[in-house]
Design a protein around this ligand. Sequence first.
Ligand code: ADE
Length: 241
Amino acid sequence: MRIDVVTVFPDYLAALDLSLIGKARQAGLLDLRVHDLREWTTDRHRTVDDTPFGGGAGMVMRPDVWGQALDDVLGADGRLVIPTPSGEVFTQRHAEALAAESHLVIACGRYEGIDARVAEHYRAAGREVSELSIGDYVLNGGEVAALVLVEAVGRLLPGVVGNPDSLVEESHGAAGLLEYPVYTKPPVWDGLEIPDVLASGHHARIDRWRRDRALERTAQRRPDMIAALDAAALDKHDRAL
Ligand code: ADE
């Protein structure tokens, strides 16, 4: 997969050299390119923003500069992704859909955002444009959101996560539940013991214990996820909990 990120702060994306995503890039599983938006400016001051029509605080990013940049970067098959607090809330389902694309272009806005005609223009040209929020809070720009998107999508690409089973069991996976609590050595730490069942070697009981804890945790922390569960996916034990 290819991902292009266009930003006025390319250094923000340096973290994508590290860890699993960095390795995926080195292995050629992910072709990630970061571009400085100012390379598409034509004036002496390399201006990317201006005051908002209609008044109000802050600055808005100019559509002409973005249009030049995106025309160059999108190519034939690029899907445009614009991180914005006004977008749909990004979930694992969005990550899965984006991971199935061959080419993403992430346009990071700053200030009050990107002139709305940019998304409109590329939609009118027949492109899919995803405006996505990483949560109900406001960041200073789209760069941190781009890091989130690249990591969430990149780890779903074949070969990026060593053991694909770890993608199946984790929170927000197919079960629609948060993950159960996990433990490692030592078996007693600070007077706290691991749950006996996990050392029992009894796999059916371990599975049951984990599902119960996942249900319990999800009910406490994310009642909205319990409400969204398909009743047919619940077994007798689940319902008794
Ligand atoms: N830019 C600023 N805040 C954001 C958010 N919450 N999600 C995505 N992009 C943003």
